[in-house]
Design a protein around this ligand. Sequence first.
Ligand code: IPM
Ligand code: MG
Length: 363
Amino acid sequence: MKLKILITAGDGIGPEVTKEAVAVLKDVAAAGGHDFAFDEKRIGGVAIEQDGTPLPEETLKAALASDAVLLGAVGANKFNSLPPEKRPEVGLLNIRTELGGFANLRPAFAFKELAINSPLRPEIIEGADILFVRELLGGLYFGKPREWNRVTRESWNTMRYSYDEVARVARVAFKLAQGRRKKLTSVDKANVLEVSQLWRATVDEIAVEFPDVTLEHQLVDSMAMHLMNQPRNYDVVLTENLFGDILSDESAVITGSLGMLPSATIGGKVNLYEPVHGSAPDIAGKGLANPLGAILTGALILRYSAGLEAEAATVESAVRKVLEQGFRTPDLVRANSQGFTVLSTTEMGAKVRETMKTLLVGA
Ligand code: IPM
Ligand code: MG
């Protein structure tokens, strides 16, 4: 299997965590005789500083010429006062648009070993296994008009969707539900917003193509509550762009840490992979970052871009085993908990790879 992977590590903890994911992917390639080629380009704040733009032409060209892009994180405090169109985040939004992936898959899986980290009771989260499908190229993030008018002191953004944009992401979600527990929850605000009424009507129409999947609609406000009350009730959760951004961070409460969440964006020219967490500038460069979100994102590259399902599952098992053995990064340890071995970013990466080797040999 041949795969060209572009790394855009970006800002803050991005470089530290992607480094560990790359090391894991290299080991998988070596063990299975696969040919994975890695290239690296700038994006986000580092690109603004060195190239004058958050998404340099060279980065975009390399991304479009690769089979998969692994992005670390973008964003840094020093850009906080800039208007939205000048910020590092634009690099991320632009690469998403250019690569064209519209379905952002964000699995939120409650590792039993991390239940102690959640403020929710263990019996509530145990067994929770949700796959968010977040529409990534439309809605409030991209709708026009958008403006902050400093003279009239008004501002507006536009939540816009077309039938086709909803239909294509709904089909992805239904198909994924078919391969899982066959339940799809579509999230909207159809009691208030026309755009949500179109969303709901479209999802209902697409549902006819998938009679084996049970569809339910949830309003986003009550969904935010139900997610915490009964996370086990959900299988695939389909959302528009902003609702998915919010609910996927909320789901970090179920998994115990935002540092555990991976994501894959599919459906476009090149798949884009990114951990859900941000650049965490406060802990950058200190070896405190949790690389497991990035490593699990690497597993999604194996699953969705390389077609190596067994290898993807092996990486996920290795992560589980490392947690079972009591290894933790600082974000996974509560102040008063005992019996854990706290590892740095690189030590955690090495531990996963060491464990993975025993699994690959045993396979
Ligand atoms: C995410 C992030 C991004 C988003 C930001 C950094 C632009 O929060 O991937 O969830 O809002 O999509
Ligand atoms: Mg977010």
